[in-house]
Design a protein around this ligand. Structure first.
Ligand code: DX5
Ligand code: ZN
Length: 223
C-alpha cells in the first residue's frame, strides 16, 4: 500500500485548520509536519504548539519530521503535541539510537532520516531498530525543490536490505515528488510519499493525490 503524506510546509499558514481538512478530504493518509530550527537547517518553520493546535482537528497520521539539532531535548514535547511518528536526522545528534529508543519506549513510531550528502551505509545498522527510514530526495530546509534522482539508489539499497533481512520497514521519500516522478520512487521501493507543493499548491488536491496513487500502483517495487 502506498501512503501519501502532504507536507504542511506548503499549506497556507494563515488558514492551517481549513487547509488540513481540505487535504484530508482529498484522500491524504498522513500529515507530514516539517519542524525546522534555523540551525540544523537554515530555515525556521513551526514547533510543537502548532502541531498541538491542529491535533484536535484531524484524524490523519501526524508524521513529524524533526530537522533540529539535538532532538532528544524536544521528543516529549512532540509526543504531547500528538505525533504518531517522529523522524530524527542521523546527522542531527551524537547518539541517534538513544533517541530512537526513547521514542519507541513511549509507543510512538520512530524513524531515521538521511540527507542527500549522507551515504546510505550509515543508515543500514539502524534499520532493525526503526519503523521507517526517510531517504531525503532534496537537501532539507525548503519546500519546492527538484528531486535529486541519485538519492533513489539509496531507496533501492534500503529496500533490498529490508527484504533480505525480513524487516517490516516503511520507506519514506521527501522532496520534489509529484505525479510525474512518483513512479521512480515506488519502483525503487518507497511506500510513503511526502509531497508538499504538489498537493497543497494544487487547485484540486484530490486529483493530484489520485494521480500519484495511480502512477505508484502501476510502478511497484519488483526487486
Ligand atoms: C524539506 C522538507 C520537505 C518539503 C517537501 O526540507 O522536509 O518535507 O516540505 O516539499 P516539496 O514536496 O514541495 O518538495
Ligand atoms: Zn519533510
Amino acid at each position: 500500500m502506498i501512503y501519501i503524506a502532504p507536507s504542511l510546509l506548503a499549506a497556507d499558514f494563515a488558514n492551517l485548520e481549513s487547509d488540513v481538512k481540505r487535504i484530508a478530504s482529498a484522500g491524504a493518509n498522513y500529515l507530514h509536519l516539517d519542524v525546522m530550527d534555523g540551525a540544523f537547517v537554515p530555515n525556521i518553520s513551526f514547533g510543537a504548539p502548532v502541531i498541538a493546535a491542529l491535533r484536535p482537528h484531524s484524524k490523519l497520521i501526524f508524521d513529524v519530521h524533526l530537522m533540529i539539532n539535538d532532538p532528544i531535548r524536544y521528543i516529549d514535547d512532540f509526543i504531547k503535541a500528538g505525533a504518531d511518528i517522529i523522524t530524527i536526522h542521523l546527522e542531527s545528534c551524537p547518539d541517534p539510537l538513544k533517541v530512537l529508543k526513547m521514542i519507541r519506549a513511549r509507543e510512538v513510531r520512530c524513524a531515521l532520516a538521511i540527507s542527500p550528502a549522507t551515504p546510505v551505509e550509515k543508515i543500514i545498522p539502524f534499520l532493525p531498530e526503526i519503523d521507517m527510514a526517510l531517504i531525503m530526495t532534496v537537501v532539507p530546509g525548503f519546500g519546492g525543490q527538484s528531486l535529486i534522482l541519485e538519492t533513489l539508489e539509496k531507496v533501492r539499497t534500503v529496500k533490498r536490505y529490508a527484504v533480505s533481512q525480513g524487516l517490516k520497514l516503511d520507506i519514506q521519500v521527501d522532496g520534489g515528488l509529484k505525479p510525474e516522478n512518483v513512479h521512480l520512487a515506488t519502483e525503487a521501493g518507497a511506500n510513503i510519499i511526502v509531497a508538499g507543493s504538489a498537493v497543497f499548491g494544487a487547485k484540486r488536491p484530490r486529483a493530484v493525490i489520485a494521480a500519484m496513487r495511480e502512477s505508484a500502483a502501476k510502478h511497484p517495487y519488483k526487486g
